[in-house]
Design a protein around this ligand. Structure first.
Ligand code: PXP
Length: 237
């Protein structure tokens, strides 16, 4: 059964809209854990648009499930990660002008740098996942640079209208997941997953972890964080 990683970035987005101290992603993470989250995910972006260094530090101290840090391959963030030591780091591409992470990491195009980042994270005792488009060559490159896991980007699946186009995107993800496992890596998935589209992804053979943020935070505004996480957890179980 896939584990649920709850991404609390957008709790911090609301806080940063007013540069104040509420709502606190640390509180949200506590409620997510009470609601059954198997992990808490945050993205410390270089521009600090939502999660702040203080959030990462406090979450490292208070989260009792897996703490997963999404991060770019930047030297500054890498040094912070190696000091704070989340349980897992997920390497993502990052562009300042994007609204959210738009595509997977191009491992093939920067293999040496990614290999170095993976090695330094491993030296700090951190498990490393790479966020990739479901492309076989990128998955093979992930193996070559020593990653432990691949998080398959589900954005194209999530954006496809229900019907044949979404089915086709699901087939692509299933084939990519098989490839990840054939190479001996662990399969994760995430991006754009919602209460209505998550189940086919949760059913993919060998799916170990789903990272979901926006949809859970959106529902939490209406029903509360604990309830929103509970409902998502029930769906993927
Ligand atoms: N996984 C990764 C690597 C991401 O960058 C994001 C977005 O921060 C997510 C999962 C969660 O995506 P969403 O907010 O669309 O659920």
């Amino acid at each position: 059964m896939a584990k649920l990683g709850v991404n609390v970035d957008h709790v911090a987005t609301v806080r940063q809209a007013r540069r104040t101290n509420e709502p606190d992603p640390v509180w949200a993470a506590a409620l997510a854990q009470l609601g059954g989250a198997d992990g808490i995910t945050i993205h410390l972006r270089e521009d600090r648009r939502h999660i702040q260094d203080r959030d990462l530090r406090l979450l490292r101290e208070t989260v009792t499930v897996k703490l997963n840090l999404e991060m770019a391959c930047s030297e500054e963030i890498l040094q912070i990660a190696c000091q704070v030591r989340p349980d897992q780091a997920t390497l993502v591409p990052e562009r300042r002008e994007e609204i959210t992470t738009e595509g997977g990491l191009d491992v093939l195009g920067q293999q040496e740098r990614v290999a170095e980042v993976v090695r330094r994270l491993h030296d700090a005792g951190i498990v490393v996942s790479l966020f990739l488009d479901p492309e076989l060559r990128q998955i093979e490159a992930a193996r070559a640079v020593g990653a432990d896991a691949v998080e398959l980007h589900t954005g194209r699946y999530a954006l496809a209208p229900p019907g044949p186009r979404r089915e086709e995107e699901l087939r692509v993800l299933e084939e990519a997941a098989r490839h990840v496992r054939r190479l001996g890596l662990v399969v994760h998935a995430g991006h754009g997953l919602t209460y209505t589209n998550v189940q086919p992804i949760a059913r993919i053979e060998g799916m170990e972890e789903l990272n979901i943020g926006h949809s859970i935070v959106a529902r939490a505004i209406m029903v509360g964080f604990l309830q929103a996480v509970r409902e998502m957890k029930a769906l993927i179980s």
